[in-house]
Design a protein around this ligand. Sequence first.
Ligand SMILES: Cc1cc2nc3c(=O)[nH]c(=O)nc-3n(C[C@H](O)[C@H](O)[C@H](O)COP(=O)(O)O)c2cc1C
Length: 120
Amino acid sequence: MKWNETLAAYDAYIFVTPEYNHSIPGALKNAIDFITPSVLAHKAVGLVGYSFSAGHRPIEALRLILANFTTGVVGAQVNLHLATDFENMSSFAPAAFHDVEVPAMVQAIVAQDQALAALR
Ligand SMILES: Cc1cc2nc3c(=O)[nH]c(=O)nc-3n(C[C@H](O)[C@H](O)[C@H](O)COP(=O)(O)O)c2cc1C
């Protein structure tokens, strides 16, 4: 399947999700349900969430779902709030503190990838 072939070509991923009814959108869950678990095994994953609640709940939902894939989901995450990180709740205009938060998450993903490489 093209989706799994595309994912298999990478060692690390960043999942970006909005919040729908305190969780992830059904479309994202459906896409994840089509992933062959071995494709994500021992890969590094970072999470970004956005919503009127800064995407905390969908990120926590993703952590539970991805636990089934034996992935290395890093603790560092990026939470974007529709009221403070977007102009008119549409144009992306992130607050300054994300300039620190995003590289911290990426560094954690790179470190996780290097640690997990031996298991792949
Ligand atoms: C069906 C639906 C449910 C939503 N549920 C929540 C919610 O529970 N909490 C929240 O903060 N925002 C909620 N939102 C707002 C979305 O997180 C927000 O509109 C987001 O920008 C949608 O991203 P998208 O346009 O990329 O799908 C919901 C939006 C939709 C359409």
